[in-house]
Design a protein around this ligand. Structure first.
Ligand code: RIB
Length: 304
């Protein structure tokens, strides 16, 4: 293993509004704070893996606005290779995120430049990288891009990990090239129409998703831990107990942690522990990229 991860995904400007409670339809409420952070499921997952000391290559697109340069600077500062990031005409991806006093969140994403990532460029870039261990992609880029990433991943012998967020109509030609599919419990419920709120139901939903093509399905369930199903059977991974303040990007930390563990060649069970620890720590901090943990923080939680 080369400890090398390629992330094919989105880069967003996150506009985060904190408020006591979410407004009802037609209602106006006061917020308590407005912040601007780097985010996007792709960038968050890339940063999560890079902070766990994998060599990370980011492939995606930003706009030719000032925000695009800012996002690229963040990538470079995190030690992530940025030559796979194109600059497209128009605005960078933007997410409007509301977080209430209980830490619950709602997110609206305007894809912007993320919609202009080209499947052919992605395939060419991945083929030019030598010895990629893990390719990680998510649903905030065009589905054709995800298909190209997964197909190329199979050809170059990488493990393909897909985070199907947000939920879209993911086709069979994508799912059959996926080694590990990682939805959260809400996404798994939407994708299968099956309940996921208790462990037994969640395992059944994971099995149903696995029948669509992925080698393994891991459903993340926040403080209830994660369940998995693969050809070897099924099981669960316990969550680490933390005081959550903001769960934005906790799922991204999980996916980045999983990819970093797999890229180092640890077992799936151990990679799941890395993922769970990274996800738990991310929930204790505000914002997406700012909340992602270092290797020292994850190691400390794993040893505690
Ligand atoms: O998963 C959290 C991310 O979702 C945010 O950073 C936001 O940009 C949206 O993509």
């Amino acid at each position: 293993m080369h400890n090398r991860v390629a992330v094919v995904g989105s880069l967003n400007i996150d506009l985060v509004i904190e408020l006591d409670r979410m407004p009802n339809p037609g209602e106006t409420v006061f917020g308590t704070r407005l912040e601007r952070h780097p985010g996007g499921k792709g960038l968050n997952q890339a940063v999560a893996a890079a902070r766990l000391e994998s060599e990370v290559h980011m492939i995606g697109a930003v706009g030719d606005d000032g925000s695009g340069d800012w996002l690229k600077d963040v990538v470079t500062r995190e030690g992530i290779r940025s030559d796979g990031i194109a600059t497209a005409r128009g605005t960078s991806g933007t997410a409007l995120i509301e977080v209430d006093a209980s830490g619950e969140n709602r997110i609206i994403v305007i894809p912007g430049a993320n919609d202009q990532v080209s499947p052919a460029d992605v395939a060419d870039h991945l083929k030019a990288l030598s010895a990629v261990d893990v390719i990680l992609t998510q649903g905030e880029v065009p589905i054709e891009v995800m298909i190209a990433a997964a197909e190329t991943g199979k050809k170059i012998g990488a493990q393909v990990v897909v985070n199907p967020a947000p939920v879209r109509d993911y086709p069979k030609e994508l799912l059959t090239n996926v080694d590990i599919l990682v939805p959260n419990e809400h996404e798994a419920q939407e994708l299968t129409g099956m309940p996921t709120s208790n462990m037994v139901d969640a395992v059944e939903a994971a099995q149903a998703l696995q029948e669509r093509g992925p080698g393994c399905v891991i459903i993340t369930r926040g403080e209830k831990g994660a369940v998995w199903s693969s050809a070897e059977g099924s099981g669960q991974a316990a969550a680490f107990k933390v005081s959550a303040v903001d769960t934005v990007a906790a799922g991204d930390a999980f996916c980045g942690g999983l990819a970093a563990g797999l890229a180092r060649g640890v077992s799936l069970a151990e990679a799941l522990r890395w993922a769970s620890a990274a996800g738990a720590i991310a929930a204790t901090g505000r914002g997406a990229v700012p909340s992602l943990p270092s290797l020292a923080q994850v190691t400390e939680l794993l040893e505690r």
